[in-house]
Design a binder for this molecule. Structure first.
Ligand SMILES: Nc1nc2c(ncn2[C@@H]2O[C@H](COP(=O)(O)OP(=O)(O)O)[C@@H](O)[C@H]2O)c(=O)[nH]1
Ligand SMILES: [Mg+2]
Length: 561
């Protein structure tokens, strides 16, 4: 498992500043990641990233001069009391008549204008918004100008709607002050369900042990130590921890100072979002690996694919027909003229497959447009071999990819499977099989055959004429002699023998040339079929591999603080 996020995960940055532009660049990287994996990875895995992009975009567009701080904690810990004490107003009902704080109250220090949009987005109703500046002692409060303090409902409320409201708000606010009291500070719920979840938001987390006045003064440090130990276990090492007493202004000084610092820095919103990016990146980490996979499908698998495609496309049947067609056509062109006509009666093996017949023999132009050959359909074995070869290409391509990806690669490899048979058939029909031109030597041999046959015919005619004249008692022809044999006999027998001899000598040459024609056709067909495989199988795979590489780069950029 890779650990891009691991590098950023466990470093506590304390008061390190977050640069707004760098944060925006990281958010853009998350957006790029989402674009790259769109449609390839399950949407459920991507919900947090989509939520982040949406929320962060809105938060950054709203007032950055305001800092939204939430008081969160269990029932009776003193959130409302702290809220009122800080605001120095009786705004949020203190829990004498609990449960009372099912709604969130907000107090704004400074002008309400910019804050209102922010509070609309956070979802605090206008009637629950208060302005601290309306109080007369405004000057004391300038250090808190820009603070929007929220008194959240109790997260352990019996009412589910209150708990949901707390969860919703904790996802939006810039900083959280967790309020615990001496009785319940070790409660499992707050640690397991909340504090632990915030370990990537340590920079915007503050914990207060309220109602410190209820402990004997000597006990306070011991309880704080105990709480610190629990926070360490929660992964919240280093977060500020304070003791407060809501009913005594002196017991509020530490918290007030901490809030003043937060407001002055104007960093909480950026830090919170940076923590959100860390969380999202860590969640996405297992979707991309660290090793860069090859951009190209593996050669061995591609060769296997090409073989399977050639089989499914009927290349062996076609090349065999090419060899036979060559022999057929060469025989017709060079054979002994006496039996040539008989050869022509037999159908051309290529025409039978509806592939181009002898030169100039494209009978019906419409036929070649439709381009449906009669090459036999792939057998079940060939189809399954093709399926396996496609799978092998996908498996090899996805071998180094994390678990979420092989499915996407396989789907891509198979995405155009339905179009393959037609594409293969069209390709076979459109491939020049190399039989269009009649070789010169066919014509030479054919011419020789005609000549010797002509000689035999002349000899025969001469002999027949001689016999006829003799039978009719007419004066015989004066036959020239070749040695001891009369010329007509030489012509007839010599012509016949020469014809047979030429035919016999030509046959092995034709066979050899036919095998070469077959090899040539095989090469051409295989190359064309490989092009189809490239377009219909490999290209979709390459696109997914490209998306993976983009997603991986984007996530690395998003992880970079
Ligand atoms: N002694 C003491 N009592 C407190 C303190 N803070 C809150 N209380 C009391 O604790 C009870 C619950 O407080 P409240 O603010 O309603 O808690 P919330 O449920 O977290 O909003 C109330 O009776 C408060 O008066 C404190 O610091 N010291
Ligand atoms: Mg309350």
């Amino acid at each position: 498992m890779s650990n891009i996020a691991g590098r950023v995960r466990e470093v506590f940055r304390g008061d390190q500043r977050v640069d707004a532009d760098a944060l925006i660049a990281r958010l853009d990287a998350v957006r790029r990641f989402l674009t790259a994996v769109d449609g390839l990875l399950p949407d459920t895995d991507l919900v947090p990233a989509h939520t982040l992009v949406e929320r962060a975009g809105t938060r950054l567009a709203l007032s950055r001069d305001h800092t939204v701080v939430a008081l969160a904690g269990a029932t009776g810990s003193g959130k409302s009391s702290l809220f009122n004490a800080l605001a120095q107003l009786e705004l949020s009902p203190v829990g004498v008549r609990r449960p009372t704080t099912g709604v969130t109250h907000a107090c704004v220090w400074g002008p309400l204008e910019g804050a209102n949009h922010l509070l609309d987005w956070v979802g605090v109703l206008p009637r629950h918004r208060f302005v601290r500046e309306s109080a007369l002692d405004a000057d004391d409060e300038t250090a808190l100008h820009g603070l929007i303090l929220l008194d959240l409902p109790d997260f352990d409320s019996v009412q589910r709607s209150h708990r949901l409201e707390v969860d919703r708000l904790l996802g939006l606010v810039d900083q959280v002050v967790w309020v615990v009291d001496p009785q319940k500070y070790a409660d499992r719920v707050i640690h397991d369900s909340y504090l632990r979840e915030f370990h990537r938001h340590r920079e915007v987390t503050l914990v207060v042990l309220n109602q410190a006045d209820r402990l004997p003064p000597a006990e306070v440090p011991r309880v704080l130590d105990d709480l610190r130990r629990l926070l360490d276990t929660d992964g919240l090492t280093g977060v500020p921890l304070l003791a407060t007493t809501a009913i005594d202004p002196a017991g509020m000084v530490g918290l007030r100072n901490a809030l003043e610092r937060t407001v002055a820095e104007r960093q909480a919103a950026l830090r919170r979002l940076a923590g959100d990016v860390d969380t999202v990146v860590a969640g996405l980490d297992e979707l991309v690996g660290s090793a860069r996979p090859a951009d190209e499908p593996d050669d061995t698998a591609v060769n296997g694919l090409n073989r399977a495609l050639a089989g499914a496309a009927g290349v062996p049947a076609v090349t065999e027909a090419v060899e036979r067609a060559y022999r057929h056509r060469a025989g017709a062109a060079t054979g002994w003229p006496v039996v040539r006509g008989w050869r022509r009666l037999r159908p051309d093996p290529l025409r039978r497959l509806h592939l181009p017949g002898p030169a100039g023999d494209h009978a019906d132009p419409a036929e070649s447009l439709v381009a449906a050959t009669s090459v036999p359909d792939p057998t079940a074995a060939q189809r399954s071999a093709l399926g396996l070869a496609i799978r092998a290409v996908a498996d090899r391509a996805a071998a180094d990819l994390p678990a979420a990806w092989p499915g996407a690669v396989t789907s891509a490899a198979r995405s155009r499977l339905g179009d393959l048979p037609d594409a293969l058939d069209r390709t076979i029909a459109g491939t020049d099989l190399g039989l269009d031109r009649r070789p010169l030597w066919w014509r030479v041999v054919g011419g020789v055959q005609w000549l010797v046959t002509l000689a035999a015919v002349v000899g025969l005619g001469w002999l027949v004429l001689g016999y006829a004249l003799r039978a009719l008692g007419l004066p015989a022809l004066d036959n020239p002699m070749v040695g001891q044999v009369p010329l007509p006999t030489v012509l007839l027998l010599g012509g016949l023998l020469a014809g047979l001899l030429v035919a016999a000598l030509t046959r092995p040459v034709v066979r050899w040339a036919a095998r070469r024609a077959r090899a040539r056709a095989d090469q051409r067909l295989t190359a064309r079929v490989a092009q189809v495989g490239d377009e219909y199988v490999l290209t979709p795979v390459r696109i997914v591999l490209g998306s993976y590489a983009q997603a991986r780069d984007a996530l690395r950029d998003a992880a970079r603080r």
